[in-house]
Design a protein around this ligand. Structure first.
Ligand code: PLP
Length: 319
């Protein structure tokens, strides 16, 4: 088995739903549209990070860590879900935010963190490199006190969750007689989309993966993706035989002014999906992917079995 030599802790017992979105699909020129609902999970309101956390926290438990460190901005889905998984496993969790202090108007994820009583540190409004140094320093201090800290975030380990998810999807698609041609997902820091790309290339190389950027330009994205892809091949001891850019389309046209800045077309797309299907998306990640999907629908690109991979993040709508 692909993952038998890799530590993993189960946080998700069952596959997430795979369901048709007929009304929305009709409206946007993708009549064969399906949704993969990673926003629907039992733990902590769900999201893509749960799949990565199975491998990150699997590693933490294997190393007998007694405290887990995770970093992000205050609205981070990763921080909320790491805290939730640590609650479930009985592990101490410390969240580091690169902000000066608690948000003046706490968003949904901050409120959920409060509810879980998670320990939080603020390292000031610095960039993610400075934040990573602060996390390392905190880990050193914890070690000096006799603790065993584990830092969440290694991108290759995190990507394993979506290699596994590709297998889950293909099995479900077969059961539901969905003949998959195109998959749409957000392109951001890399682990999720690269894991999925690796898994699809390994198990079903004809499927085209559309990576709709919500963070980086193409020239920044591919080297990150390439490194993770290579790291997966080394870690798993298998290689898909084709490179990451084959049957993958990067789409940088829906980012707007940048990460977490909503665009008019993404807001329209999120409203259309809500009104047609009763399904909600966030504006940082998934609404921009929907805007890209709608454009592909208009251009007649996404014909046949098309899938939108909902990665979660809905709590950010509140607050
Ligand atoms: C983190 C996140 C992503 C992006 O995942 P990466 O692996 O960083 O690319 C997408 N959607 C949601 C809801 C997220 O929280």
């Amino acid at each position: 088995m692909l993952f038998s030599h890799i530590p993993r802790v189960r946080l998700l017992d069952d596959p997430t739903p795979l369901e048709p979105a007929r009304r929305y699909g009709q409206q946007i020129g993708c009549p064969g549209l399906w949704l993969k609902r990673d926003d629907v999970m039992p733990l902590g309101l769900g999201g893509n990070k749960v799949r990565s956390l199975e491998f990150w926290l699997g590693e933490a438990l294997e190393q007998q860590a007694d405290v887990v460190l995770v970093a992000g901005l205050p609205p981070s889905n990763l921080c909320r879900l790491t805290a939730a998984a640590c609650c479930k496993l009985g592990l101490r969790c410390i969240v580091v935010h690169n902000a000066s202090g608690p948000e003046e108007r706490p968003g949904g994820n901050s409120r959920l963190n409060d509810l879980m009583g998670v320990e939080r540190l603020y390292c000031g409004p610095v960039d993610e490199w400075k934040r990573a140094e602060f996390v390392e320093e905190t880990a050193r201090e914890l070690r000096a006190q006799g603790h065993k800290p584990y830092i969440v975030g290694d991108p290759v380990t995190g990507a394993l969750g979506y290699v596994a998810a590709a297998g889950e999807l293909l099995q479900q698609a077969e059961q539901k007689q969905l003949d998959l041609g195109h998959v749409f997902i957000s392109a951001s820091a890399g682990p999720t989309e690269t894991g999925l790309l690796f898994g699809l290339h390994l198990f079903s190389p004809d499927v085209v993966l559309h990576l709709v950027s919500v963070e980086y330009e193409e020239r920044v994205f591919w080297p990150i993706c390439q490194r993770i892809y290579q790291g997966l091949a080394e870690k798993l001891g298998v290689s898909p035989g084709i490179g990451p850019r084959e049957n993958a389309r990067f789409d940088g046209g829906f980012l707007g002014e940048g990460y977490a800045k909503p665009t008019p077309e993404c807001v329209q797309a999120m409203e259309r999906l809500a009104r047609a299907e009763g399904v909600f998306v966030d504006t940082t990640y998934n609404a921009k992917v929907l805007a890209g999907l709608e454009d592909a629908g208009r251009r007649g690109i996404a014909e046949g079995g098309t899938l939108f991979w909902h990665t979660g993040g809905v709590p950010s709508l509140f607050g």
